[in-house]
Write a protein that binds this ligand. Structure first.
Ligand code: DHB
Ligand code: FE
Length: 286
């Protein structure tokens, strides 16, 4: 593949990812939040005030105000509200939601989760293409309660980008469940999942979010990551991500979702076939 066609192909897929993320979010979220009038008024007033304060402090001009209006319209047209919110807002929502937990650290879900990925045994291989590019990764560990009790048959949902940074069901051209699986731990809460190492992910650069990033001189990168949801009856669902050491974007993730506890420590497999890593999950009782 030439450089030009690679760029064209990845740009086309990035555009499609925004539209798919919006469509998926609509499907999953038919009911709105509870409409407590005082709460709505308080939150809306604070956000509006923060914008007005910025306008006054920064002496925002009509040209800038009109650029903002045009840009906000484009975020919607490009289907990029889920991307915008999950990159720049979700991390603080997650921080508030999970600050009471004693167990494993969570982090943002992001826009690319899909429910009901194929169910696989505790030592299964995530669905992938025959020639799936990327270094093999054996991801193993145990799911326990905060008191140390193993949690038999805990559910581990794993989804991640491929070796080009694309997610199945969002970027076109990938098999439906590529690199998405639901694993059921053994009687001792253990799992041994076979997958490939994902590539760093660049948030789509060809839509409104990319326009903002370029105009501000920021970068669009998230470090390579595995997404996980770990659950067991009677315990709080853990939504998290795991990262790889040495990724240059672990320190400046555009989505602000990296935590030191979430960086893996992989080592080469003794059989020479890629990498292996152990990571245990600790769930909080409900
Ligand atoms: C976005 C993408 C991700 O893969 C992720 O984990 C978080 C956010 C995004 O494009 O908004
Ligand atoms: Fe992601």
């Amino acid at each position: 593949m030439t450089d030009t066609s690679y760029v064209e192909e990845t740009a086309a897929r990035a555009a499609a990812s925004g539209q798919s993320a919006t469509a998926r979010f609509r499907e999953r979220s038919i009911e709105g939040a509870t409409a407590d009038r005082e709460r709505v008024s308080r939150l809306a007033s604070r956000v509006i005030k923060a914008i007005n304060d910025t306008v006054i402090d920064e002496r925002v001009t009509y040209d800038e105000y009109n650029a903002l209006k045009a840009w906000l319209i484009k975020v919607g047209e490009d289907g990029e509200w889920p991307l915008f919110l999950d990159v720049w807002v979700e991390h603080s929502v997650e921080e508030v939601a999970n600050d009471h937990r004693a167990g494993s650290k969570g982090t943002i879900e992001g826009p690319y989760y899909v429910e009901d990925a194929p169910t696989l045994p505790w030592n299964g291989t995530v669905p992938m293409r025959d020639d799936e590019p990327g270094r093999p990764l054996l991801f193993q560990g145990q799911v326990r309660s905060v008191d140390g009790t193993p949690l038999p048959s805990a559910k581990i949902e794993l989804w991640h980008a491929d070796n080009l940074g694309f997610y199945s069901q969002f970027a076109p051209g990938l098999p439906e469940w590529n690199l998405r699986g639901t694993f059921i731990a053994d009687d001792d809460g253990r799992f041994e999942i076979h997958t490939i190492e994902p590539a760093p992910y660049q948030i789509p650069t060809d839509g409104a979010c990319g326009q903002l990033i370029a105009a501000a001189g920021w970068h669009a990168w998230r470090p390579a990551h595995l997404h996980l949801k770990v659950s067991h009856e009677g315990y709080e669902l853990l939504t998290t991500q795991l990262y790889f050491p040495g990724d240059p974007h672990n320190d400046d993730d555009i989505a602000g979702a990296v935590k030191p506890e979430l960086i893996l420590d992989p080592s080469p497999r003794a059989n020479g076939d890629g990498y292996e890593v152990v990571y245990d999950f600790v769930l909080d009782p409900q």
